[in-house]
Design a protein around this ligand. Structure first.
Ligand SMILES: [Zn+2]
Length: 243
């Protein structure tokens, strides 16, 4: 990690970090803050230009991040709700696990049962949100770990590409990323909230990057070919979180 500097670019507070990266990277974090990492040789004026050119994207990503945070805060409680594979589930917390056991979530019809340890209930007014959040996150990972291998197996031979590996991560401003050099794909665990076709379109999107690194006309032609419904999926993924 290099030195961080916070500057105002066109009314947006941007933290600029000099790092050993190959190009300028822009990121909007969970709390809506904007980060840029850039190689030491790139002058500040060029970074400013880059940020200004992406202002619309930043604004959209910030709004999404903040709305997501709100939805999360509101929803993750006993009697609240969350989303799994495009379905809305009501959260019911049940204090039935032995002491100090990690909370666990399971979907039963339209209900998401979140089992927490008995001591949580007896120790009184503890905030359940972080426990429910952890259980939901675990469940989302599990769902994706079950779904994704078949998606890669289906699309890779059709597209004539092969990802060297994939992993899941909590990401804030992107649904996925592809390291074209190593062939590794990273997917956002939050995808598990969305319908299967949306998840699949992100897998195809990242695999497409192994054929075409940038989002140019050739890339979109490849998407049209390998995932004809990608525009609908993109709209679904970009829609503000339902409450
Ligand atoms: Zn992309």
């Amino acid at each position: 990690m290099g030195t961080a500097k916070c500057i105002d670019i066109g009314g947006v507070a941007v933290t600029v970090v000099r790092k050993r990266v190959r190009r300028v990277n822009l990121r909007v974090r969970q709390d809506g803050s904007v980060f840029v990492s850039a190689p030491a040789r790139v002058p500040l004026s060029q970074i400013e230009e880059f940020v200004l050119a992406h202002r619309q994207w930043i604004e959209r990503a910030r709004q999404r991040a903040l709305a997501r945070e709100d939805a999360r805060r509101e929803g993750l409680r006993d009697g609240g709700h969350t989303h799994l594979l495009g379905r809305t589930l009501s959260i019911r917390a049940v204090a039935d696990l032995p002491r100090r056991r990690r909370p666990r979530a399971e979907a039963e019809g339209d209900v998401l049962l979140v089992h927490v340890s008995r001591d949580v209930a007896t120790e009184g007014a503890q905030d359940l949100a972080p426990l429910i959040g952890a259980a939901v996150e675990d469940l989302r990972r599990q769902e994706l770990e079950e779904l994704l291998p078949a998606m890669f197996e289906r699309h890779e031979p059709l597209m004539g590409v092969h990802a060297s590996g994939w992993r899941l991560r909590r990401m804030t401003s992107r649904w996925g990323s592809c390291n074209v050099r190593t062939g590794r794909i990273t997917l956002n665990t939050e995808l598990a909230a969305h319908p299967v076709p949306s998840i699949e379109s992100v897998v195809v999107h990242e695999l497409c990057h192994l054929l075409e690194p940038s989002h140019n006309a050739r890339f979109h032609a490849l998407m049209d070919r390998y995932c004809p419904a990608w525009r609908e999926a993109r709209r679904e993924l970009d829609a503000p979180p339902r409450t």
